[in-house]
Write a protein that binds this ligand. Sequence first.
Ligand SMILES: Nc1ncnc2c1ncn2[C@@H]1O[C@H](COP(=O)(O)OP(=O)(O)OP(=O)(O)O)[C@@H](O)[C@H]1O
Ligand SMILES: [Mg+2]
Length: 322
Amino acid sequence: MTRRPAVVAHGLKKSYGDVRVLRGVDLEVEQGSVFALLGPNGAGKTTTVKILSTLLPPDAGRAWVAGFDILRERTRVRRSISLTGQYAAVDEEQTGAENLQMMARLRGYARRAARARATTLLQQFDLTEAAERRVRTYSGGMRRRLDLAASLVTEPSVLFLDEPTTGLDPRSRLALWRVIKDLVARGVTVVLTTQYLEEADELADRIAVIDHGTIVASGTADELKRQVAETRLDVTFADPASYAAAVGKLAGLVVSTEPDELRLVTATDGSAAHIRSLLDEVDPSGTAIAHFRTRTATLDDVFLALTGRPAQPHDTKEPAHV
Ligand SMILES: Nc1ncnc2c1ncn2[C@@H]1O[C@H](COP(=O)(O)OP(=O)(O)OP(=O)(O)O)[C@@H](O)[C@H]1O
Ligand SMILES: [Mg+2]
């Protein structure tokens, strides 16, 4: 039996004025899997999620979510999905419990059932102690958890999470990862966006790397790593002159450089013969290299190789207060 994909998109395009934000995005997400859309600030992640969750019409292209057309069957799509946006959407002046009860009422629960559902969710998201406090007093991590709880009042067929863990401390991040894994184990399909390679690697069955509105690569984490050669040779030089000479000599083989550290990274097949010949080439006299190591390519290396830029820009948005 072949399962229908939970999300299919063909050629999604979107522009704001002259700015082409999506330039033809294709996606396919299997039911019951986690799909990560990985990309830096401004890549088009939120725009893609908004289109798939029917909040924004595309200029061109088509998409189906849970089997329904996002344009022609918008109401059915909306009934099948939940969305946790990039910025918290809960009411600051209500308590955590009140927020969840309100969501449950909106989803059609009777008053008593809504209260019971809220209690369960508060427990599940470790918010029981804060249940009667106004959200205004919550930390960033608590807010994020409440937001996620609110989107799970009724269990969706497809859950969209836009940067669910940005700004969370490591403990809250791990807690959220656990919640996501539980949901997937129950058959929910999760589409998440992230700027964290580690997160995509940890959670996602498949990853699509998006940059400037274009999917530049997709596959499993392992496939992406293989796509850019598996082994890396990191070489640190003893002095700036040797470093500069080596960068010149290896030119095409250099994957990335860290000039301040006098370090360059090259791709290698990992064989002793290749590594020896690379080292000999840049250091014939045996004095130029301070040290070297070989390692498996990380998703960071993959991103750099695919886009020519590091994955996590340093001018990233303000982390939420935690
Ligand atoms: N309403 C809008 N009007 C004009 N430009 C917009 C609008 N919304 C988004 N953009 C632009 O579209 C591009 C993609 O934005 P989008 O929010 O999809 O990126 P993102 O990948 O979610 O980034 P981030 O990691 O910062 O959340 C950006 O250059 C952004 O400035
Ligand atoms: Mg975004």
